[in-house]
Design a protein around this ligand. Structure first.
Ligand code: UD1
Length: 312
């Protein structure tokens, strides 16, 4: 039975991945490495007795090396995942996102880990105007966060090249779903808008609300992450991990108000620094090489997510 480590496993995406891994792994074969800097152990509460948990910072090389030694797969999701935060707190975000990733990759080489899946970001495309975004495009990062995640991708390729580490990167697009924390100033837009919807208060669009995102339901992303850990011939490669459809924030808000059956016009404020205008994934490569096959329509993903927030 395979042995899995999930860095950032107490986070929103990581805890969803842990649940999917547990569907087929033996108890104790799934271990989480997290210091809850942005994650939350409550995300793992019903599965806590079936997993190992290591309260560690990814920059702690010796600690990480002890945990990952001999693992079959390390899913490296731990990061400070925010564009605005990387502008407000550039030093700590740089240190965690770049040095932390370097430490995890080094530890995986030292520990003979068979496969690493790295959470890269579609923010790497930045100002590329062509749409959809294809992996072969030249990256044009607009924020420290985008540059940091891109650096991790380069290390993924370099670690394959120089130390034969079977590492693969997935560029996550805007991910949403149950357990995304809506309460921080850096929270993802869908979680924020759902919180507003349930409170009956209007959301604020940063700019005209016509920016678009390839919103990806976390329950479609987690199976893709697992597929990336099993596909052959993908070491050193980077894949788009989006859905292949994009929606503006204005459309998102009108869908949400329609689902809820309310009329609540949004407010509009200034645009946000470092913001990408349009983001849509070309998923051809992920479909072909990883077997990517999203199951949920956008409306279904929104309904499921809204039901989860309502139950909290
Ligand atoms: C998101 C992810 C990032 C990931 C990237 C990949 C989050 C928090 N960030 O960045 O980790 O790498 O996708 O594409 O999930 N907005 C509003 N009002 C609000 C909140 C946000 O108008 O109250 C706008 C933002 O200005 C932005 C859009 O909504 O234009 C999406 O923002 P956000 O969900 O924070 O994430 P991304 O910047 O897309």
């Amino acid at each position: 039975m395979k042995h899995y480590i999930v860095t950032g496993g107490a986070g929103f995406i990581g805890s969803n991945l842990v649940r999917q891994l547990l569907a087929e792994a033996d108890p104790g074969r799934v271990e989480v490495l997290d210091n809850c800097f942005t994650g939350n152990r409550a995300n793992l509460s019903e599965v806590a007795d079936r997993i190992g948990y290591h309260d560690l910072d990814i920059r702690d090389y010796d600690g990480v090396a002890r945990v990952v030694e001999g693992a079959d797969v390390v899913f490296h999701l731990a990061a400070v995942p925010s564009v605005p935060r990387s502008i407000e707190e550039p030093l700590s975000c740089h240190d965690i996102n770049i040095n932390g990733t370097f430490s995890v990759l080094r530890a995986c080489v030292a520990g003979g880990v068979k496969r690493v899946v790295y959470a890269a970001s579609s923010s790497a495309y930045g100002n590329q105007t062509a749409s959809p975004k294809v992996e072969t495009m030249t990256p044009e990062p607009l924020s420290p966060y985008a540059a940091q995640k891109l650096m991790g991708e380069y290390y993924v390729s370099v670690f394959k090249e120089c130390w034969n580490l079977e590492a693969v990167g997935l560029r996550f697009f805007n991910v949403y779903g149950p357990r995304q924390d809506p309460s921080s100033p850096y929270s993802g837009v869908i979680s924020v808008f759902m919180k507003c919807l349930l409170a009956g208060s209007p959301p604020t669009m940063h700019g005209d609300g016509e920016q678009t995102r390839d919103f990806t339901f976390v329950e479609d992303l987690a199976p893709l992450i697992i597929k990336a850990s099993r596909a052959e011939g993908v070491g050193g490669k980077i894949f788009n991990a989006g859905n292949g459809a994009s929606y503006s924030l204005n459309t998102l808000w009108s869908l949400l108000t329609k689902i809820e059956g309310v009329e609540l016009p949004a407010l509009y404020g200034p645009p946000r620094a470092g913001d990408v205008r349009d983001s849509l994934a070309d998923t051809t490569l992920a479909v072909k090489m990883l077997g990517h096959a999203p199951q949920f329509s956008f409306e279904e993903g929104l309904r499921r997510t809204l039901a989860w927030y309502r139950a909290q």
